[in-house]
Design a binder for this molecule. Structure first.
Ligand code: FRU
Length: 504
């Protein structure tokens, strides 16, 4: 079985060539009206989860799930971009394509590490349809590895962990080294459909032993935990905490929480090799917007924990699917622990280097029911603003972005009644609608809002909460406005930075 599972059914080189040509075909006729200026996306085709985020030989590498042949999810490959500075990116050749029996129907998510041999190792899930034909019979998934000398061209090793009990969902390995041993976590669904995380150990990255069940999700509705991550974060006193991150399938909406079809969440606890993971928090959402999923972190040399997520277009309509591309990653984020032991999520500090042409509006006052234009037309900006809640009487107020002549727009509003920040898309003319609402604790409000051609990301009060949503503007100039409803709005500071493109 092990031998045949690692046999090639097609040469990897020819599968990669075909995939590269597929992306080029779609890219040739791409419509750029919503194509991102400062987010990672494919030239053409569909992308989902970030994979193998790492630093290798002087460059950052981000791999991602890619369907090179269509603008919807399909036979997954592993796309690749790299960067010297996390600011400007260059496209790399597609890293992996299905070519072995083990990964015949898809290269699924995984992670990258620099091995003991100094080479870049990519661990990923080899995916096959259990009936050999289509999804109707479920999945057959195993963990696989590939290695590279230059970080660009990969040689497949093949399967390293079999799925001997034939679990339906069994995927998304995250690998790290600690105290001389290699560890791997990945997600699975038990025979009675409960989501669990498995821990494996290895001395040489090739032979892996089952160690333990690291985590069982307590909610019986949650049948799978995918896109695993497990990493330490130090608090201000230098104590180490472990964050288990997963994207849960089957989580039910609960008030303002879990409104998306699947939920990217985390639990904070303690863990050390040989010990059980002891959660000290409930599970919390990484992001309160419509479209954040499957995040993955890496520890930078300077000690920061950096994260990319996928902006998942969960719910149709996805108007860019007719434009030759679909799917983008989030902006890179810095993850840290505050003095309450809570996670803070801020834009990676490197992003300030994208700023050009800053316009400082100073303090702004809005009368009740006033709307005023800040910028008549722009497609890639960061807005920094404060709202003085004590001095404002508005029920709703804040920004209208992607505001077009047909009165379509998305609002990034403060809601005085629920004391939440909203991304409200009810006035969108294109794409999915609905609103999302994030909590915050203070009486002043500090926002950083990143607006790209089809997306909005909001960071609240120095990273207390984050929100990421698609927003597809209508034709014509895309204005940014300020608006106060049923009361006044006091904005002590307002600055708009234009953002340069990232080179993709
Ligand atoms: C997450 C995910 C992973 C899987 C991959 C398939 O969005 O479903 O669990 O490995 O995407 O594309």
């Amino acid at each position: 079985m092990t031998n045949s599972i690692n046999n090639e059914f097609v040469s990897h080189a020819s599968a990669l060539d075909r995939a590269q040509a597929g992306v080029a075909d779609l890219a040739r006729s791409r419509n750029d009206r919503w194509y991102p200026r400062f987010h990672i996306a494919s030239d053409g085709g569909w992308i989902n989860s970030p994979n193998g985020f790492c630093f290798f030989r002087g460059r950052w590498h981000v791999f991602y799930q890619l369907n090179p042949f269509d603008t919807q999810w399909g036979t997954m490959h592993c796309g690749h971009v790299s960067s010297e500075d996390l600011v400007t990116w260059r496209r790399e050749p597609i890293a992996l394509a299905p070519s072995l029996e083990a990964d015949r129907d898809g290269i699924y998510s995984g992670s990258a590490v620099v091995g003991d041999d100094g080479r870049l190792w990519l661990f990923y899930t080899g995916h096959r349809w259990a009936n050999g034909v289509d999804p109707s019979g479920g999945n057959f998934e195993v963990q696989c590895a590939a290695v590279s000398d230059d970080g660009v061209h990969f040689e497949k090793i093949g399967m390293v962990i079999d799925n001997v009990d034939g679990f339906n969902h069994f995927r998304d390995p995250k690998v790290w080294k600690q105290d001389g041993l290699w560890y791997m976590v990945f997600g699975m669904s038990t025979k009675n459909r409960r989501g669990q995380v498995l821990l494996y150990v290895s001395e040489d990255m090739l032979i892996w032993h089952f160690h333990s069940i690291l985590y069982r999700h307590p909610n019986p509705g949650v049948f799978m935990l995918e896109s695993l991550d497990f990493f330490p974060l130090s608090d201000k006193e230098g104590n180490e905490h472990w964050v288990l991150s997963f994207s849960a399938l089957g989580e039910r909406p609960n008030g303002f929480a879990n409104r998306n079809p699947h939920t990217a969440s985390y639990v904070i606890g303690s863990w050390a090799p040989g010990e059980e993971f002891a959660p000290r928090t409930e599970f919390r959402m990484w992001d309160w917007g419509h479209n954040f999923y499957a995040p993955q972190t890496v520890r930078a040399d300077d000690g920061r924990t950096l994260q990319y997520g996928w902006m998942s277009p969960f719910t149709p309509a996805r108007p860019n699917q007719g434009d030759g591309w679909c799917g983008q990653l989030s902006i890179p984020r810095e993850i840290s622990l505050d003095s309450y032991g809570c996670i803070r999520i801020n834009p990676a500090r490197e992003l300030t280097r994208l700023r050009t042409d800053t316009i400082d509006f100073g303090a702004v006052h809005l009368d009740a029911n006033e709307t005023t234009t800040v910028m008549a037309d722009c497609d890639a900006v960061e807005i920094e603003m404060e709202i003085d809640i004590n001095e404002s009487t508005a029920e709703f107020g804040g920004l209208k972005v992607h505001s077009t002549k047909d009165n379509a727009h998305s609002s990034v509003f403060y809601d005085a009644q629920t004391h939440r920040i909203l991304i409200d898309r009810h006035a969108n003319a294109r794409g999915d609608r609905g609103y999302r609402a994030a909590p915050f604790t203070s009486n002043t409000l500090k926002l950083r809002v990143f607006v790209d051609r089809a997306s909005i990301e909001v960071f609240i009060n120095d990273g207390e909460q984050a929100m990421s949503s698609y927003s597809f503007p209508s034709e014509g100039p895309r204005a940014i406005e300020l608006s106060a409803e049923s009361g006044t709005l006091e904005i002590p500071t307002l600055r708009v930075h234009h953002l340069s493109p990232i080179g993709l």
